[in-house]
Every structure is written in structure tokens, then in C-alpha cells.
Ligand binder design. Structure first.
Ligand code: ADP
Ligand code: MG
Length: 729
């Protein structure tokens, strides 16, 4: 009988690339056509309503109900013209990904007639029956009353004939139950703190924006092969599979041409992204076979996060149309690179200045250095929390492995900036500077080249690198919602900038001149944050030792880092910046821990099932055919001949037997370990136990399965092999 694997392969071989037909118009003509953006608001809203939305976006001013009704009417008119039939409050639950509950615009009015209805009330607030979204105990299920509230700072859009309204998700008692609400608060905190610091340099600055440009990595595999791998279907990663003889060792994938079928997928993804106003800009192959990347131009952080979630959703949908499955898991395959999502981050003013880019003037560069040094200090103070913001069961397979940023956070600045900071530290600390020395330093600061971009020696191994006009946080996982990392980073920087302002003001009060005061505080920060700076190879063994000596957090253990959300330092950070209260932090820590534990639990069950139901029976089957062959030989040949001829086969039988026995024993032990873990009351203990007592079985069991894969008849092997998953497209 044909195996599922064989059937799947036949399907794959019969595929023809479906070339996407480009829209007839130029990109500029359809870019953003599905977004209720400002030009459309102008067209569909009264002046008064438009102004109200503008104020809400820019200043967070509440929109009164009467005007909300007008906005809703305008949105509805536009959405109906665009062919939408439903609307939904679109939000970011704590499970990663997005959630939505669709309602039709249709409203019966008796006599079997309907009208299209959508009011301000429905726009502003909704009560999804969201009792099954994780809430970490805040919202007890019997009073399942979380509600969603419109976030006017991110525009509504149409996806699949549904008007999607970006919202935040709160509990009935007002606690945040999503990823977006805290992000908005962190963005507000960093705006306030950074704007205050900007006043030292330019009184015209009224607002500081946080920008994010993400780079999304992903794998594509054929849909038929995907369905033949229950581990991919249920866990998004392969729990078994012997390495392919060739994978990425020839390094021939990165610059290789993109396969036709994949190109068709990418083109359609881009068309759809553009229609939704997502400025997708670059696409290319990644290091691993069948691995790719898409990156847009950076945008304001909130919008960029929405767009990232939206593109992940688009990828899933469009991949299906092309008979692919997209894998957003951080480590779908052992032995080849995993996927990350670099977060390029910067701060910019409403006067158009990038605060992380050098300028032509000493004053501008002092501002630049002020922000760079405060980021350094913030990252140094919160290296552990930054990690806590990005760890997950999936990302744990990537961090610290040889391809990805290590589990230690350090900052790479590059030669130029690094030297400048050392100079400031050396000259400003301690002895009083002479007037000439001050002038010389000022000149040096003025000389930081305006365009560092091309001059920076890029360090690809750094988890947090300065890349000329932005920082690049590279430890974020490919499946993650960037909001978590961006919330911690922006909060940490906000807190730090507030402290900086206080420190400088204190010196000014003592009579120190402003620039001098700034330099003195910076010199102290440069010294204090020195341990976080590292320009060498982050993958090396020496760095691990060195980092420990420097007092950096070197632990990558997910369940340990998850607990940091409620550490005194985190509580202080988030209360000072008004991003999370204590209760919300506790809820978050609990949810993250629970998701982590459940992922391992599911993987463990899938592995056990596959081992016992898919692999062992096939191995026994092959072993039986060997035994029959041996038996027949024994009947035909003399004892002496038989001993000679059958010995290799007998060895194979024994080998198979040994693997089968070990698999069986280990699966039993794993199940027992699960039972013990499941009985633990406290979620932290359960997560720890799953990590320490259940997870170690994965590699052991896999080892024996992968050995069997090399022995058992290829015609019988049930699961698509790595060479098929990675190279067929
Ligand atoms: P690389 O792969 O070399 O890091 P890419 O071009 O793939 O570069 O990605 C760079 C990303 O950085 C893009 O998303 C880009 O928009 C973003 N970016 C560029 N300048 C800034 C900035 N000032 N702030 C935030 N992101 C930025
Ligand atoms: Mg990058």
C-alpha cells in the first residue's frame, strides 16, 4: 500500500507554478485601497468628525459618541462600496496572532427586510464572548466580560470583505488583556520622556515617535508534505527527521534565485500587502533551504506591529492558495537555521529628526549621543527583561544556537561610535576640562560622520546592534508579536530618559552649564553601561564566560525568564512608566508560563503518538520482512553458509530491535514524567518540570527514530524526509 508520504510526493510532483497576475494598475494607484486612511476619511467624514479622529490619533483625545456615530456611518459607507459584508473588532490576544469575531452589517427590520447597520456604539466598543482567551486569572470565566475598544491610531481596513477595526482588549474591570494596549502606553511613555529630553536641544519638538521596521523570516513547504507530517500540523516543527545529506553547508541558498512557485507566492503576498497599505519593500531567500524573508519600510511602531500581524495572516492565506504552508515557527527543522524577526527600532521627532542618526552639527550630535547612551543604559539595566519579552518555547530552540543571537544581550556600536563614547568618558570624567579641551571635544563630536550607515562595521552576531541610524533587536522570534519586545524596549528607554532628565537638571540647578551637564551625565552612564557593550563574536565560548564576569544575565531558560515579569525591577519599571500595574504583570507572567508549558506538553504528546503509532509499527514491519528473509535463508543454505550469509541481516534485526525497545521505554518514561508534572499546582513549578523532566526525552527519542529512518526501507517510511521537506518546491 502506498504511504501517505508517497501520495504526498506524487501530488507535489504534479504541481505547476501558479503565476500571480499583477494588478493592471501601477502600485501607487492601488496602494492602501483597502485602508480607511486619511484621504478616505476626508472624503467620507464630515469636517468635524475628521477633526475628532485626527485629535484622537495625535493627542489621544476621546471621540464623543455623536461624532463616533458619524465616523461609523462614514466607515460603513466606504466599506459597503468596497463590497464588505461584515465588520469585526480586530485585536491582539495574549496567545500571539490576532483574533476577530465577525458580525454582519445586516440588521433585520421586520417584513423579512434588512438594512445595513453600523453605529458609533458598535465602532467604539464590543463585547466579544471571549471567555476562552487567556487572561491569567484576571477575568474569571463565569463573568466572561472582556471588551474591545477602538484604537483610532491604527486605521481600519478591509480583509476578505470584512471591515476590520483595530482595537484593544480589556477586562470588565479595566485590566489589559492584549498585546496592543500596553504597547500604546509604552509608546506614550517614551514620547513624553524623549520629548522632554529633546527640549535641551530644540524647543520646537512636540512629539517623539517610535519607529519599527521588522524583517520577517519564514519557511514555505508544500501543503501535501505538510499534511503528511502530523508534527508540523500540530506543533509547526518537525519533532523527528534525519538531517538531509545536503542542507545549507554549501551556502548556495542566500543569493540563489527564488524558485518560480515561491516567486508567485511572494508576488501575490506583496500585491495584497500593498492593497492593505503595508509598505513591503524587500524579499529574498534566507540562509536555509526553503527559507525566505519579507521586510517593509519602517513605520510608526503601533502601525508596524499591526502590519506585521496582518502580513503573517496574509502569508498563511496566500500560501494555501499556492498549495504551500508557511511555517512561522522559530525552529521548524533541526540542523538548519531557524527564523527570526529582526526589529529595527528608532526614535524620531515631529520636526523630522531621527534621534539615532548622526548629524552635521555638534549640537545635533550631542543629541544623537544622548539618545544612543541612554539606550545603552536602558538595555544594560534591563537586559534580562528584554530577554523575557522575547522568549518562548519556539524561540528557545534558536537563541543560543549557532545561527542566532545568543541568550546573552549585548550591544554592538561599531568602531566610530564606540571610540567617541570612550573619548567622552576619558575626557569628561574626573579632572576639570580646560577651555581648549572642551572646544576640541566639541569639534570631535561634530565630526561624527553624518552617514554612518556604510561605515559601520556590521556585526552579524550581535543581538542588539547599532546599524548607523537605528538599533536592531535581533532576538525576536519569527512567530512573535513584536509588541512584547517593543513594549519593554520603549518602556525601558522612557524610564531611562526620565532619569537622565532629572540627573541633568540637578547639575544645571547647581550652576553647571547645560551642555557640560549633559556631557557629565553621559560620561557617567557610558562608564556604568560599559559591560553591555561588546564588539566581538557573540557566538564564542569566551564571550559566555566574559559576560558572566561582567554581571550580564546569561540565562536563556524560558521558565526562569518568564518569572521576571513580576520581579521588583519590572514592577518598578512598568509602574513608573504607567505601562502595567502589578496585577497585569502577574497575569502576563502566568499566561506566558502556561503557553510555554502547554507547547511542551503538546509536543510531548505528538512525539509519543508518532513514535508508537507511526514509527515503531513500520520498523517492526521491516524487521519482520528481514526475519522472513533470514528464515528462508536458513531453509535453503547449509548451517555454515547461513552463518556467513545472514550475519549482516541478523545484525540489522538486532539493531532495529534495540531502537524499538529504547523508543518504547523512553516514551513510557516521558509519559510518567508528564503525569508527575501535571500534578504540580503552581504553574511555575509545572513549567519547570516540563522543561527539566519532560523535554529532555525529545532528543533521546528522536535520536533512535532518526537512526531507524536510516535503516528502514525508504518505501515504507511514513513521514516525508528532510530532503523532501527542504528541497522540493
Ligand atoms: P538588513 O537585512 O541589512 O538589516 P533590510 O533592508 O532587510 O536590512 O531591513 C532594514 C529594515 O530596517 C527595514 O525594515 C527598514 O525600513 C528598517 N529601517 C531603516 N531605517 C530605520 C529607522 N530609522 N528606524 C527603524 N527602522 C529602520
Ligand atoms: Mg536586519
Amino acid at each position: 500500500m502506498e504511504t501517505l508520504r508517497q501520495k504526498a510526493l506524487e501530488q507535489v510532483f504534479s504541481r505547476k507554478p501558479e503565476i500571480a497576475t499583477p494588478p493592471a494598475a501601477k502600485t501607487s494607484e492601488y496602494f492602501g485601497m483597502y485602508v480607511f486612511d486619511k484621504p478616505k476619511m476626508m472624503k467620507y467624514l464630515s469636517k468635524e468628525a475628521y477633526h475628532a479622529v485626527e485629535l484622537a490619533i495625535e493627542k489621544g483625545v476621546r471621540i464623543e459618541r455623536r461624532l463616533a456615530d458619524q465616523v461609523a456611518a462614514g466607515m460603513k459607507a466606504w466599506a459597503l462600496e468596497m463590497g464588505a459584508t461584515h465588520y469585526t473588532h480586530w485585536f491582539h490576544p495574549l496567545t500571539e496572532g490576532t483574533a476577530e469575531k465577525h458580525d454582519a452589517f445586516m440588521e433585520p427590520i421586520g417584513n423579512g427586510e434588512v438594512i445595513e447597520e453600523f453605529t458609533g456604539k458598535l465602532l467604539v466598543q464590543q463585547e466579544p464572548d471571549a471567555s476562552s482567551f487567556p487572561s491569567g486569572g484576571i477575568r474569571s470565566t463565569f463573568e466572561a466580560r472582556g471588551y474591545t475598544a477602538w484604537d483610532p491610531s491604527s486605521p481600519a481596513f478591509i480583509l476578505d470583505r470584512t471591515l476590520c477595526i483595530p482595537t484593544i482588549f480589556l477586562s470588565y474591570t479595566g485590566e489589559m488583556l492584549d498585546n496592543k494596549a500596553p504597547l500604546l502606553k509604552a509608546l506614550h511613555a517614551v514620547d513624553q520622556a524623549a520629548t522632554a529630553v529633546c527640549q535641551y536641544f530644540d524647543k520646537n519638538v512636540q512629539k517623539v515617535f517610535s519607529y519599527l521596521g521588522w524583517e520577517q523570516e519564514y519557511f514555505l513547504i508544500d501543503e501535501a508534505l505538510y499534511w503528511a507530517r502530523p508534527d508540523l500540523v500540530l506543533t509547526e516543527r518537525t519533532l523527528m527527521g534525519h538531517e538531509s545529506a545536503k542542507n545549507q553547508q554549501l551556502e548556495d541558498q542566500y543569493f540563489g534565485s527564488i524558485p518560480e512557485r515561491v516567486k508567485a507566492f511572494m508576488q501575490e503576498l506583496e500585491y495584497e500587502a500593498w492593497k492593505l497599505g503595508i509598505p513591503a519593500k524587500t524579499r529574498h531567500n534566507e540562509v536555509a533551504p526553503n527559507q525566505f524573508e519579507v521586510a517593509p519600510v519602517h513605520e510608526e511602531c503601533n502601525l508596524a506591529v499591526d502590519h506585521n500581524l496582518l502580513i503573517m495572516e496574509l502569508m498563511r492565506r496566500i500560501a494555501r492558495k499556492h498549495h504551500f504552508r508557511v511555517l512561522l515557527h522559530e525552529k521548524p527543522f533541526k540542523g538548519v537555521n531557524g527564523s527570526g524577526k529582526h526589529n529595527n527600532w528608532s526614535l524620531g521627532t515631529d520636526t523630522g529628526v531621527n534621534l539615532l542618526a548622526p548629524t552635521k552639527t555638534p549640537k545635533g550630535n550631542l543629541q544623537f549621543l544622548t539618545f544612543v547612551v541612554n539606550v545603552l543604559k536602558a538595555v544594560h539595566n534591563n537586559d534580562d527583561l528584554l530577554k523575557a519579552s522575547i522568549v518562548s518555547a519556539g524561540n528557545a530552540h534558536r537563541l543560543g544556537a549557532n545561527e542566532a543571537p545568543p541568550a546573552i544581550i549585548s550591544v554592538f556600536l561599531g568602531n566610530q561610535v564606540s571610540r567617541m563614547l570612550d573619548e567622552i568618558e576619558e575626557k569628561v570624567t574626573g579632572a576639570k576640562m580646560t577651555a581648549e579641551e572642551k572646544t576640541a571635544l566639541k569639534l570631535d563630536i561634530g565630526r561624527i560622520p553624518e552617514i554612518l550607515l556604510d561605515n559601520t562595521d556590521r556585526n552579524r552576531t550581535s543581538p542588539f546592534a547599532f546599524t548607523g541610524n537605528r538599533f536592531e533587536y535581533r532576538a525576536v522570534g519569527s512567530s512573535a508579536n513584536c509588541a512584547s519586545a517593543m513594549t519593554v524596549l520603549n518602556s525601558a528607554v522612557a524610564q531611562q530618559l526620565t532619569i537622565f532628565k532629572k540627573d541633568v537638571d540637578a547639575l544645571i540647578k547647581k550652576g553647571v552649564k547645560k551642555d557640560e551637564a549633559i556631557l557629565q551625565v553621559l560620561a557617567r552612564y557610558i562608564k556604568e553601561s560599559k559591560p553591555i557593550r561588546f564588539e566581538g563574536n557573540n557566538y564564542s565560548e569566551e564571550w559566555k564566560k566574559e559576560a558572566k564576569k561582567r554581571g550580564l544575565n546569561v540565562d536563556g531558560t524560558v521558565h526562569v525568564l518568564n518569572r521576571l515579569w513580576t520581579s521588583p525591577k519590572a514592577v518598578k519599571l512598568f509602574e513608573e512608566t504607567k505601562v502595567f500595574n502589578h496585577k497585569e504583570l502577574e497575569a502576563r507572567a502566568e499566561i506566558r508560563q502556561e503557553i510555554y508549558m502547554k507547547k511542551i506538553q503538546i509536543e510531548s504528546r505528538v512525539l509519543g503518538d508518532l513514535a508508537m503509532n507511526h514509527i515503531v509499527p513500520v520498523a517492526i514491519d521491516y524487521q519482520t520482512s528481514l526475519l522472513e528473509n533470514i528464515k528462508a535463508m536458513k531453509e535453503i543454505f547449509s548451517e555454515k553458509e547461513f552463518q556467513e550469509l545472514a550475519s549482516a541481516r541478523i545484525e540489522l534485526v538486532k539493531e532495529i530491535n534495540q531502537h524499538i525497545s529504547t523508543i518504547k521505554a523512553k516514551v513510557n518514561d516521558m509519559i510518567e514524567a508528564r503525569k508527575v508534572a501535571n500534578k504540580l499546582e503552581d504553574i511555575n513549578d509545572r513549567a519547570k518540570s516540563y522543561h527539566e523532566n519532560v523535554e529532555p526525552f525529545f532528543e533521546e527519542i528522536r535520536y533512535h527514530i532518526d537512526k531507524l529512518e536510516l535503516i528502514v526501507d525508504d518505501n515504507k517510511w511514513p513521514l516525508p524526509k528532510y530532503r523532501e521537506l527542504l528541497f522540493i518546491r
